[in-house]
Ligand binder design. Structure first.
Ligand code: COA
Length: 257
């Protein structure tokens, strides 16, 4: 159980709100569990026709909680890792997923958008996938989905250099449907979600299934996940997480891969 993910169903829309604004909505294991449960519920509850994902505060999400990553890298993290269930649920979701993104969308904050069907970004948006800076590898099938969306060169710069993409650029390169002033973001995404609730559910589900090779996406998640888990335990990754905690630049010059 966590208070850091809020859910609400109204007029056919399940709204999932990341609610850990003081930590830029960084995602803990408990939050991944709540997100996975919410997506499960969307598949089973006939009252839910569309899922809308948003974040409180000035950031959509700063991605995985780096203290959790650090605990995993030291082997002190106990219990089921809900992130995999969340990612698999994203991959196989049949309901339309709509996202409203303001400020930072780091790591999974950006890669989850590749599984959303409509994405609205604020003019404050900053999409980042700095996996290599953290000595990690891309996840959520983004190693295939991101280059397919924006081309190899830009995807590589995002993964390997951590190059950020602002809201206007995200819309122009096909990572988002539109960029709007931050004050208008929630209303814009909500109105798109409302429009989808008026469309026939069966036709929406088939259209989405035709557009997404779910088995291939899921298999790529498994390949990435195996390497990701190994990478978490490397000296490189421990240095990256220690550097974030100590608010300094990492020094990879002396650590082994
Ligand atoms: N995990 C855990 N805590 C995080 C976090 C994360 N991913 N991102 C931010 N926080 C925490 C900070 O530690 C800080 O906590 P504190 O107030 O107790 O010190 C708080 O959230 C605010 O973050 P801060 O860095 O001061 O905000 P900022 O506006 O200067 O920068 C970010 C925002 C998102 C650019 C920056 O926090 C960041 O780079 N975070 C790490 C992102 C990341 O690498 N995620 C993993 C991707 S795989």
């Amino acid at each position: 159980m966590t208070d850091h993910v809020k859910t609400d169903v109204e007029a056919g829309i399940l709204t999932i709100t990341l609610a850990r604004a003081d930590k830029k909505n960084a995602l803990t294991n408990a939050m991944y569990g709540a997100l996975a449960d919410a997506l499960d519920r969307a598949e089973k509850d006939p009252a839910i026709r569309v899922v809308l994902i948003q974040g409180d505060g000035d950031s959509f999400t700063a991605g995985n909680d780096l203290a959790d990553f650090s605990a995993q890298s030291k082997g002190t993290h106990e219990g089921e890792k809900h992130v995999f269930r969340f990612l698999k649920n994203l991959a196989k979701a049949t309901r339309p997923l709509v996202a409203a993104v303001q400020g930072n969308a780091v790591g999974v904050g950006t890669t989850m958008l590749l599984h959303c069907d409509l994405v609205y970004v604020a003019d404050t948006a900053r999409l980042m996938t700095p996996f290599v800076n953290l000595a990690l590898v891309p996840e959520a099938a983004s190693s295939h989905l991101l280059p397919a969306r924006v081309g190899h060169a830009r995807a590589y710069a995002m993964f390997a250099l951590g190059e950020p993409v602002d809201g206007a650029t995200a819309a122009s390169i096909g990572l988002a449907n539109a960029v709007v002033p931050v004050a208008e973001l929630r209303a814009k995404a909500r109105s798109a979600a409302e429009a989808l609730t008026k469309r026939p559910l069966g036709a929406l589900a088939h259209t989405k299934a035709l557009m997404r090779p779910v088995e291939a996406i899921s298999a790529q998640m498994d390949r990435e996940g195996a390497i990701f888990q190994e990478r978490l335990k490397t000296a490189e990754a421990r240095e990256a997480f220690a550097a974030f905690a100590e608010r300094r630049q990492p020094d990879f010059s002396t650590v082994a891969g």
